[in-house]
Design a protein around this ligand. Structure first.
Ligand code: RUQ
Ligand code: CUA
Length: 622
């Protein structure tokens, strides 16, 4: 392996600062923006009233814990889906179901959205995501654009490298950024190398009951796992992930995790891991089936790679995986076929933590080093198999050919792109139409909002010579996004009646308030433009309880009309939820405050929306 011109971490900060300010002056954002006012470019992104965008883009909302939906090419934001954090607008995290999903957490760090796949193509049914902040995984239903299940992933800390799914959504693998002792028990950092682990979890999704489940875990060495990708076609049983801090540094990572000249890509065969689990080759750790690679051998290999790689991406044909250098100014193309041969021939260069290391020369296809391109992070593809790599430090997208290594085109972006996303650009059949650079810094791009700015997404036409033609702020933070053809997503217009749902009432006459001890269950409806909690009552829109009662308000929206959503809030009780057309939702709380509290609809629903209110009366304890 070549020794890279060392961009050691000591130098890195200054280097990044210098190159960013260099980018500031060297590329002129004004002229780039001006080019977008060119009439034919403007027409390309203009989606006239009455027409719709060709693509949905699902962007990670980072530490907002949410996911943002944009239309492409207009770059108009359509929706926010709350996933890992509560949302006052929709009542997500307030109603009973979503409160349970949140598991008591009030924030999340959502990275890397991943669509469900069939034969390596997005199937438009589900969207997965992980929470680096509190180690969770979630699934969003694309019929309703709502979060349906969240699981806490034990034994792990920070599943940053996920989510990515296998070709037929058999698994979503969650390797982690942080190594911790199994079970996150206390262990001295002096025992880091022996007691800490970087655990990867294999998560399955059951479409029928809409539940995520941990199938097994692997206790990998105590390194940081960075980005990952699943194989495709001929490599579909395999997956790859990058590592850093194979130095096993426990402090001042910035310097100490970049000492060694090389780190590794972990290459694993999930079919073999699955087999091990079937054969009982695992140990039980906190209720999880844990594979220890030093004891249960096979299925996992290390491929040496230039120090501290960040992204790793599998080409659409499934033949190569491309590691991006981060600290080395190069992309390395590895061949799956060569790797399979090396595995077969036991072409090893020793092992670490019981995991065989494949010989670099035996697996490497080519090193690609576009002139002056610095800080390669992530790669997307077009319909011809060409690669588009983000250059964080030199603030540009470089188009190149994985088969020859030749640089084909490059375009400056503002500034410091992390990921980019091409139309279906990580599937087996990318569309080759649009690419969006997901930039970490917007600087002077938008109207100023003070010292902190939103991040920026720049739309690039890649049908010919790359050209930036539109941009949109995203706040925060586009760790990754995926772009899917709009017609693949089939949403429902209203929630259908559910006769099996015991909480639902669909007729005014069936509404009632039932008391069981100190538990009060309200079976009510919301309709234009009133609440009915008990049709037989003198005041059907009033709920009266005693202080200390445990209250369940089951509310069904019986307006089976697209877009007629009602809200339900109780003034000064810090409660709000939403019922979408046909939907039943439950709010559960203790009426601990005595007094008179107006309740009202929070979502403007009709000319008489303002009249859609009532009272929540709480009789004080004697
Ligand atoms: S990582 S900017 Cu969170 Cu996707 Cu590379
Ligand atoms: Cu219902 Cu406003």
């Amino acid at each position: 392996m070549k020794k890279w011109v060392p961009i050691t971490s000591g130098l890195l900060a200054g280097f990044i600062a210098a190159t960013i300010s260099f980018a500031n002056f060297s590329s002129n954002p004004k002229s780039e923006t001006a080019s977008a006012s060119n009439k034919s470019d403007a027409e390309k992104v203009y989606v006239p009233f009455g027409q719709k965008d060709d693509y949905y883009m699902f962007a990670s909302g980072g530490h907002s814990g949410q996911m943002f939906i944009y239309g492409v090419p207009s770059m108009r934001k359509i929706r926010t889906i709350p996933v890992f954090s509560p949302d006052s607008a929709t009542g997500y995290g307030f109603d009973e179901h979503s409160k349970k999903l949140m598991g008591g957490y009030t924030w999340g760090d959502l990275h890397h959205p991943a669509f469900s796949e069939t034969n390596g193509d997005y199937n438009g049914k589900w969207m997965f995501a992980t929470d680096v902040g509190n180690s969770r995984a979630a699934v969003v239903d694309l019929k309703t654009f709502t979060t349906k299940d969240i699981i806490k992933v034990p034994n792990t800390a920070g599943p940053h490298c996920a989510a990515f799914v296998t070709e037929n959504t058999e698994y979503m693998f969650l390797p982690t950024r942080f190594a911790v002792p199994l079970g996150q028990k206390y262990e001295s950092l002096d025992d880091y190398s022996s007691k800490y682990r970087g655990v990867m979890s294999a998560v399955t999704f059951n479409e029928k009951n809409v539940k995520l489940n941990i199938a097994y875990q692997v206790a990998l060495p105590p390194w940081s796992y960075d980005l990952s990708d699943a194989g495709k076609k001929g490599s579909k049983d395999w997956a790859v992930m990058t590592t850093y801090n194979t130095e096993e540094a426990t402090t001042t990572m910035e310097v100490n995790a970049s000492q060694a000249d090389r780190d590794y890509i972990v290459l694993f065969n999930w079919k073999e891991l699955e087999k091990m689990v079937k054969e009982g080759k695992y140990e039980n750790v906190g209720g999880q089936k844990m594979i220890f690679p030093e004891k249960q051998k096979g299925g996992i290999y290390l491929v040496p790679v230039a120090k501290s790689p960040h992204g790793v991406d599998v080409t659409p044909d499934g033949k190569y995986f491309i590691a991006s250098g981060k600290l080395a100014p190069a992309m390395t193309v590895f061949s799956f076929e060569k790797a399979f041969k090396a595995v077969q021939n036991k072409d090893f260069a020793g092992e670490r933590n019981g995991i065989p290391i494949l010989k670099y020369e035996s697996v490497m296809e080519r090193e690609v080093n576009p002139e002056n391109a610095l800080g390669p992070l992530h790669t997307q593809f077009d319909d011809k198999g060409m690669a588009y790599t983000t250059m964080f430090i030199s603030s540009e997208i470089v188009k190149w050919d994985p088969k020859t290594g030749k640089t084909l085109d490059r375009v400056p972006v503002q500034y410091s792109p992390g990921h980019s996303v091409a139309a279906e650009g990580d599937t087996v059949s990318p569309d080759g139409k649009w690419l969006v650079a997901l930039n970490k810094l917007a600087k002077d791009t938008y109207l100023s909002v003070g010292p902190s700015h939103p991040e920026s997404m720049q739309l690039i036409d890649i049908s010919g010579k790359m050209k930036v033609i539109q941009s949109a702020p995203v706040d925060p933070e586009p760790h990754y996004a995926q772009m899917i053809k709009a017609d693949k997503i089939k949403t429902i217009e209203v929630y259908p009646k559910d006769p099996k749902n015991k909480d639902a009432v669909y007729e005014q006459k069936d509404t009632k308030i039932v008391r069981k001890g100190n538990e009060v269950h309200v079976y009510g409806i919301a309709m234009r433009s009133r609440f009915v909690f008990d049709a037989k009552s003198k005041r059907p829109d009033v709920i009266e309880v005693n202080q200390g009662d445990h209250v369940f308000i089951h509310l069904t929206n019986i307006d089976f009309d697209e877009d007629i959503t009602h809200g339900f809030a109780i003034n000064d009780y810090n409660l709000n939820m939403e019922v979408q057309p046909g939907q039943t939702n439950t709010m559960e709380f203790t009426a601990d405050k005595a007094g008179t509290f107006p309740l009202y609809c929070t979502n403007f629903c009709s000319a008489l929306h303002q009249e859609m209110n009532g009272y929540f009366l709480v009789k004080p304890k004697k």
